[in-house]
Write a protein that binds this ligand. Structure first.
Ligand code: 13P
Length: 338
């Protein structure tokens, strides 16, 4: 079979960590993959030098993943069209607010029959269309099948080769083998399943619960409280997927993308930091002005601002879109009494 050409669209903290894995796996399987992996890097100037030049000379993303070497067959390029041209597998790992415009730029260059793979944990909220799965935006804009990879994968830990698991979901079982080959390492254990929307929803929704866990930390509450937030959060995630994805598949919650990522995020994720910072820095901020069409995780962040310190209970409101295709909101409220 023809060798598969892989590209990376994005190069932040997670993008660089995954570039390390993909670069080495591609190099070590010359019978399966083309050696060169182009990585689209949003160009920045660091101490007078272009970030792409630094990555290509030092094989290190000094800004977003310092002290970790990326294999030299990963080539940083500032042009997304160049990055994706002729690629058979396109790995998307950039902030979700840039996915649509980036795909639009790539649309005429993407090879027909290519496979997309999203590592992006979030939903996109678009005016008039409501909440959308990032994988659907990629799929619909580029007209390619799109898989997802989600799991308890804090980027710096993965980059340091600490053992973890991940979940890949792809509708077409014919791709399962190649996706394993591309990502599996002794320390990064891959399981491939088929429920794309379920896995992706886990990756987006656990961030909300992470904010709640941060609020718990900010309040100085203990592990029992955080465990309660994690349990309640998991139940909410299950309810969300049942109602909005109309899915009864609860098995995804027991994969790395489910309970494991939830636990990792509630202890070490940036949304946890956000929740904690909100509690420590301010007493009460009204969230009502945040009802604007932008990415849902920002909406969730806004929701966490409604924490009210003086009432001696924690209120954690999560705004869920009433339907994947409508903009109306449901409000779920967690009350955790002292
Ligand atoms: P962030 O720190 O980017 O929220 O990542 C947490 C995570 O997704 C761990 O799997």
């Amino acid at each position: 079979a023809a060798l598969k050409r892989v590209c990376l669209i994005g190069s932040g903290n997670w993008g660089s960590a995954i570039a390390k894995i993909v670069g080495l796996n591609v190099m070590n399987q010359p019978d399966v993959f083309e050696k060169e992996v182009l990585m689209y890097v949003y160009e920045e100037i660091i101490d007078g030098a272009k970030l792409t030049d630094i990555i290509n000379l030092e094989h290190e993303n000094v800004k977003y993943l310092p002290d970790i070497k990326i294999s030299p067959n990963v080539i940083a390029v500032p042009d997304v069209v160049q990055a994706c041209t002729n690629a058979d597998i396109l790995i998307f790992v950039l902030p979700h607010q840039f996915v649509k415009e980036t795909c639009e730029k790539m649309a005429s260059a993407v090879k027909p029959g290519a496979l997309g793979l999203s590592l992006i944990k979030g939903f996109v909220l678009t005016e008039g269309e409501g909440i959308q799965l990032v994988s659907n935006i990629i799929k619909n804009t580029l007209d390619i099948e799109t898989a997802v990879l989600m799991g308890a994968n804090l980027a710096t830990e993965v980059a340091s080769e600490m053992f973890c698991e991940t979940t890949i979901a792809c509708h077409n079982p014919e791709y399962h083998g190649i996706l394993s080959k591309l990502f599996q390492t002794p320390y990064f254990r891959v399981k491939v399943i088929e429920n794309v929307a379920g896995v992706e929803a886990c990756g987006a929704l656990k961030n909300v619960v992470g904010i709640g866990a941060g609020i718990v930390d900010g309040l100085g509450f203990g592990d029992n409280t955080k465990a309660a937030v994690i349990r309640l959060g998991l139940m909410e995630m299950m309810k969300f997927t049942k109602v909005f994805l109309e899915s009864d598949d609860i098995s995804v919650f027991f994969e790395s993308c489910g309970i494991a990522d939830l636990v990792a995020t509630c202890h070490g994720g940036r949304n946890r930091l956000l929740g904690e910072a909100v509690v420590k820095s301010m007493k009460y901020i009204c969230h009502s002005s945040y009802f604007e069409p932008f990415c849902l995780s920002r909406l969730f962040s806004a929701a966490a601002f409604s924490y009210n310190h003086s009432s001696r209970h924690m209120m954690f409101q999560v705004l869920y879109s009433h339907h994947m295709a409508k903009n109306s909101c449901l409000v779920f409220t967690y009350f955790i009494y002292e």
